[in-house]
Design a protein around this ligand. Structure first.
Ligand code: ATP
Ligand code: LTN
Length: 334
């Protein structure tokens, strides 16, 4: 809408070291949009504090997440990369949208239920209203397309409902966004419990492969991955562990499931797990090298943050002003 180009928006929380789930389900797919769309990718630090964070860790991970965006192929000249808390319009629109989001809607969110169960001593209001802040992120930029993993589908549907409700009351204000969810990379499962999604805040380190893990760690984690009592390397509903490993393998190699199954036909689980581990480690090694270079240059990362925040704010404020006017908020010259 803003420069004729359609808008893509997505975000990742700096709530832990990123996993191959974040990589295959989200970040790796982001750069495909850079030429055709105006892309905004934010480091969602305001979302991250819905779960208690150690301040020094949050700060470090904010830099790391930005560096990973770039290391995974996002050119800061072609994409607006920024930190959510640097653009206060997100908090402002977040509050406004809270008033157009229903208690019942938020109560149905499975992420809220999961995270409440995991953080029973800190079920705060921010955890509950997380989706309206996420809606604000998206709607501020008149976003058309939101690339995310399938776990975020429910939040996206709520975002569409909120936007539609607002438009209906006040007239066309927001573009209604579409989700962009790639099928195969959409849900990478835990290596220790393949019925659960691989999550960066999992307390069991063996369950999670991180983009920045060493080659040895990656291979060790894959070797320990839970499989099943059978011995065939084929996908299937009763073979969740093997299916997940095949899925990871095909995502990294670009091979089809059939090709992968054929390749490992007659081979043992041990050999297969080692091959998946090596493939994954080799694919991530250039990302790691680039990440290390970027992290050694804080000033460069800070310059990107500053440019990103300026560019993001320039566009966000137009939507925010429009919303305030429609609501009947008064304006003053300063
Ligand atoms: P947390 O464990 O703190 O909830 P997370 O690992 O779920 O974090 P987010 O920051 O919430 O990560 O998600 C960033 C992006 O990565 C989102 O688009 C999300 O859909 C995607 N994603 C996260 N985990 C996976 C996964 N296991 N498989 C595929 N995509 C994923
Ligand atoms: N909630 C998202 C992270 C996120 C996001 C966004 C994703 C925050 N704001 C806006 C897409 C669009 C998650 O992946 N857990």
């Amino acid at each position: 809408m803003f420069n004729d180009k359609k808008v893509v928006f997505s975000g990742v929380q700096p709530s832990g070291n990123l996993t191959i789930g974040n990589y295959l389900g989200a970040i790796r797919n982001f750069s495909a949009f850079s030429d055709e769309y105006h892309c905004y990718y934010c480091v969602a630090d305001m979302h991250a504090i819905t779960v208690r964070q150690v301040p020094a860790d949050l700060r470090k991970r904010t830099y790391e997440t930005l560096a990973l965006y770039i290391a995974c192929g996002l050119d800061p000249q072609k994409n607006t990369l920024f930190v959510q808390s640097h653009v206060p319009a997100h908090a402002e629109l977040g509050w406004i949208l809270d008033c157009y989001t229903m208690f019942g809607e938020l109560s149905r969110m499975t992420q809220f239920k999961d995270k409440s169960a995991k953080n029973a001593d800190n079920i705060n209001a921010g955890l509950f209203t997380y989706p309206s802040l996420m809606a604000a992120d998206i709607l501020l930029y008149q976003t058309e397309l939101v690339p995310v993993g399938v776990d975020q589908k429910q939040h996206l549907e709520l975002c569409r409902d909120i936007a539609g409700r607002f438009n209906q009351i006040y007239g066309e204000t927001f573009v209604i966004p579409e989700g962009y969810i790639t099928k195969e990379g959409a849900k990478i499962m835990s290596l220790q419990d393949p019925t659960k999604k691989m999550s960066k805040s999992d307390s069991n380190e063996n369950a999670v492969v991180r983009i920045l893990d060493s080659k040895d760690d990656i291979i060790r984690k894959f070797k320990r991955a839970v499989t099943d009592s059978g011995n065939e390397i084929v996908h299937g509903e009763d073979k969740e562990g093997i299916t997940n490993l095949l899925n990871i393998y095909t995502r990294f190699t670009g091979k089809t499931l059939e090709e992968a199954e054929k390749e490992f036909d007659g081979k043992g689980y041990g050999e297969f797990k080692l091959a998946v581990g090596e493939t994954c480690a080799d694919a991530l090694s250039p990302v790691k090298a680039e990440f290390d270079k970027l992290m050694a240059d804080k000033a460069y990362l800070e310059a990107i943050m500053a440019d990103g925040a300026t560019e993001a704010y320039k566009n966000a404020r137009r939507t925010l002003s429009k919303v305030k006017r429609k609501l009947g908020f008064t304006d003053i010259k300063r």
